[in-house]
Design a binder for this molecule. Structure first.
Ligand code: M6R
Length: 590
C-alpha cells in the first residue's frame, strides 16, 4: 500500500518529491523518507511518523540534487521503526530503493544475500538494493541490474532505484503494484499515482507489469524484461490538481461528503451507448457476478437489488477477497462486474485476472482513469467524481450507486428517465446535507462515549446499514455492526443493553413496517433508537430526517446523514477522519 514518487529534471528534486509524498499520504502514513542524488553522492533522510512530522524533524525538502525518490509507508513486514522506513540502500550506500508491494520470497533471498551483505531492517524490501548491488558488481548498469533483480522477485512490487554511479537517472519496475510516469518539459516523474505530480504535468504513461522504465530528465525509455524497447505515447489525464486540495475544508472527508450532489451529476456524464451495451450484457449473460471490497462491495450489494427489482435479473455479489476462491464456477458465460474506486485493490485484481483467464467478460466500475482494473477490463464505466483522498469512501459510494441506477434503468430501456430522476435527486441531496449537517455534530457529541453501535435495515436499504457501520468503525474507532433488521433476533439482540445506540434505516417504503417491528424489539430491550427516515415515529429517540423519494432511490439519500454522523463522531473524539489508524486508501496488498 505505501506510496512512492521519483523526480528527475533541472529543478531541486527533494521539495517536489516532498510535495508529491503529501499527495500520496492516503496510501500509508506511518513513516516516510527521501533519497536524493547530488554531484554523484547519495543523501537520505527518513523517520517514523506522518510526512509533516518527519519533515519537521528532518527538513526533507532541504536534500540537494536534481534527482530524488521518496516513500510514505504502510507497514507490512517489520514494525514501524526508522530502520524499516524507506528508502533502503545497499551496504556501500551507493544504491537507494523505494518499494511498494510485498516480496513473497524475501526470506530465501535474504538468507542467500546475508552471506555477502549485512541487512539493517526487518523489511522484505531491503533484499532489492542488495540484489541490485550484486548484479552491478558483476558489471551490469543500473537498468540491467534492476531488470535482473526483478526476475528473482516473487510477489508484488513497484520499485524506484537510483545509483551514485548513474547520476540523473531513476530506474523503475512494476508487477501488480501501480506505477505511472509523468512527462514534463525537461523533467519527468514516476509515482504510485497521477495525483502526486499532477500539478506539474498531466501527460502520463501507465507502466505495465514486467516493464522496466528509465527516466533521465524528460527522456523516458521503456523496455520489456528481455531488454526490447517498447514505444509508448503519453496520454492526457483530465483530473485537476485543485480536486486534490481541501479547498477550505478542515478535512478531505468533509469536503468529499459535501461534494456529493456534484459527484452525482458527474457520474451521469456517460456515453449512453456504453451504458446501454453494458445493460444488454447484463440481461443476456447467463451468470452475472458482482465483486468489490469494503464500500465498493456495499455499492455492489445495492446494485444487485436494483438489477433484480428494476431489471428483473438475478445476480450475485462475492466479496473481492474471496472472489478468486470461486474461480472454478466462473467461465465464458459469466459477466463479472468489478467495482473499485481506486481500480488498484489487490483482492479485486487477483479475482478478475483469474476470471478473465477462465474466459469471463469483465465490466468494471472505476474512478481512477488508467488504473490496473480499468486496463484489465473489457468495458469500463468511470465514476468521474475526481480524486477521493479521505480514506473513508464517501462520494465514490454515491457515484457507484448512480452507475448502478443507470445500468438498471437501461435494462428496462428507461435510461433517460433514470438520468432525469438522479439529476433532481442531486438537488435534494444538497438540502439533505444542509439539514443533517446542522444537527449531526450535537448528536455526535451525545454519542461520543458509546462503544457499540448497531445499524439495521431491510431489502434494498440493508447494504446502507453495512456501509454506515463501516464508516463509523473505520474513522470513529467504535464497534459497529450493520445487518439486515430481521437478523437482529437471531443473535445480536443479546448484545442490546440500556441506551445501546441502534440506528434504524427505515424510510417510508416497502421495508418500513417490518423494520419498525425490529425497532420495537430493540426498544423493548432498552436500545436508544436513531431513526433514519422521512417519517418520524414515537419510538425514535433521535430522528435523522431524509427526503421522500421513489422507493428504489432511498439508499442514495439515507447514507448521507450517516456519513455525516460518522465524521462528526470522529471529530468529536479528536480523531483525524482522513487518516484513520492502520488503514490506507488504496489496498494494493492481499
Ligand atoms: O478502491 P476500492 O473501492 O477498491 O477500495 C475498496 C475498499 O478498500 C474501500 O472501500 C475501503 O473499505 C474504504 N476505506 C471504506 O471507506
Amino acid at each position: 500500500m505505501c506510496g512512492i514518487i521519483g523526480y528527475c529534471g533541472e529543478k531541486s528534486a527533494a521539495p517536489i518529491v516532498l510535495e508529491g509524498l503529501k499527495r500520496l499520504e492516503y496510501r500509508g502514513y506511518d513513516s516516510a523518507g527521501i533519497a536524493s542524488l547530488c554531484d554523484g553522492r547519495l543523501l537520505m533522510k527518513k523517520d517514523v511518523g506522518k510526512i509533516d512530522e518527519v519533515n519537521q524533524k528532518h527538513n526533507l525538502g532541504s536534500l540537494l540534487g536534481n534527482t530524488a525518490i521518496g516513500h510514505t509507508r504502510w507497514a507490512t513486514h517489520g514494525g514501524v521503526t526508522q530502520d524499516n522506513a524507506h528508502p533502503h540502500c545497499d551496504c556501500k550506500r551507493e544504491i537507494f530503493v523505494v518499494h511498494n508491494g510485498i516480496i513473497e520470497n524475501h526470506q530465501p533471498l535474504r538468507h542467500r544475500l546475508e552471506r555477502k551483505y549485512s541487512f539493517v531492517s526487518e523489511t522484505d524490501s531491503e533484499v532489492i538494493p542488495h540484489l541490485i548491488r550484486e548484479f552491478m558488481d558483476m558489471g551490469s548498469s543500473l537498468e540491467q541490474a534492476v531488470c535482473q533483480a526483478v526476475k528473482e522477485l516473487r510477489g508484488s512490487y513497484a520499485i524506484l532505484a537510483i545509483s551514485a554511479s548513474e547520476p540523473q537517472k531513476i530506474v523503475a519496475a512494476r508487477k501488480d503494484s501501480p506505477l505511472v510516469v509523468g512527462i514534463g518539459s525537461g523533467e519527468s516523474f514516476v509515482a504510485s499515482d497521477v495525483l502526486s505530480f499532477l500539478k506539474h504535468t498531466n501527460r502520463v504513461i501507465f507502466v505495465e507489469d514486467g516493464e522496466i522504465v528509465s527516466l533521465n530528465n524528460d527522456k523516458v525509455t521503456i523496455h520489456d524484461g528481455e531488454g526490447r524497447q517498447i514505444p509508448r505515447e503519453p496520454q492526457k489525464v483530465d483530473w485537476k490538481w485543485s480536486g486534490a486540495t481541501k479547498q477550505g475544508y478542515e478535512f478531505f472527508m468533509r469536503k468529499e461528503i459535501m461534494e456529493q450532489p456534484w459527484a452525482m451529476r458527474c457520474a451521469l456524464m456517460q456515453d449512453r451507448g456504453l451504458i446501454m451495451e453494458a445493460a444488454m450484457d447484463i440481461l443476456r449473460t447467463r451468470q452475472v457476478v458482482l465483486t468489490g471490497c469494503g464500500t465498493s462491495r456495499h455499492a455492489a450489494l445495492i446494485g444487485r437489488y436494483l438489477f433484480s427489482k428494476v431489471g428483473g435479473k438475478f445476480s450475485d455479489v462475492i466479496m473481492g477477497s474471496e472472489f478468486h476462491h470461486f474461480s472454478d464456477s466462473i467461465h465464458k458465460d459469466t459477466l463479472v462486474i468489478a467495482v473499485s474506486q481506486s481500480g488498484e485493490t489487490a483482492d479485486i485484481l487477483e479475482g478478475v485476472k483469474k476470471a478473465k483467464a477462465n474466459g469471463a467478460t469483465i465490466l468494471s466500475i472505476v474512478n481512477v482513469v488508467g488504473s490496473s482494473l480499468a486496463r484489465l477490463s473489457d468495458k469500463v464505466v468511470y465514476l468521474n467524481c475526481g480524486p477521493e483522498i479521505g480514506v473513508a469512501a464517501t462520494k465514490s459510494f454515491v457515484s457507484e450507486l448512480v452507475i448502478f441506477y443507470l445500468l438498471a434503468f437501461a435494462m428496462i430501456n428507461q435510461l433517460r428517465e433514470g438520468m432525469r430522476a438522479i439529476k433532481s435527486l442531486s438537488l435534494l441531496t444538497r438540502k439533505n446535507l444542509n439539514h443533517n449537517g446542522a444537527i449531526s455534530p450535537e448528536l455526535a457529541q451525545g454519542l461520543k462515549g458509546k462503544n457499540d453501535f448497531y445499524y439495521i435495515a431491510r431489502g434494498i436499504n440493508f447494504a446502507t446499514a453495512m456501509e454506515a457501520a463501516l464508516k463509523a468503525k473505520e474513522i470513529a474507532y467504535v464497534h459497529a455492526e450493520g445487518m439486515p433488521a430481521g437478523e437482529l433476533k437471531h443473535g445480536t439482540l443479546a448484545l442490546i443493553e440500556q441506551k445501546t445506540p441502534v440506528i434504524a434505516i427505515c424510510p417510508a417504503d416497502y421495508t418500513f413496517e417490518e423494520t419498525m417491528s425490529n425497532v420495537a424489539e430493540a426498544k423493548a430491550r432498552g436500545a436508544f433508537i436513531i431513526g433514519v427516515s422521512d417519517r418520524n415515529e414515537e419510538s425514535f429517540d433521535e430522528w435523522l430526517k431524509i427526503p421522500t423519494v421513489e422507493e428504489v432511490f432511498y439508499p442514495l439519500v439515507s447514507i448521507v446523514p450517516l456519513q455525516l454522523l460518522a465524521y462528526d463522531l470522529a471529530v468529536a473524539k479528536g480523531l483525524d477522519p482522513d487518516k484513520p489508524r492502520n488503514l490506507a486508501k488504496s489496498v494494493t496488498v492481499k
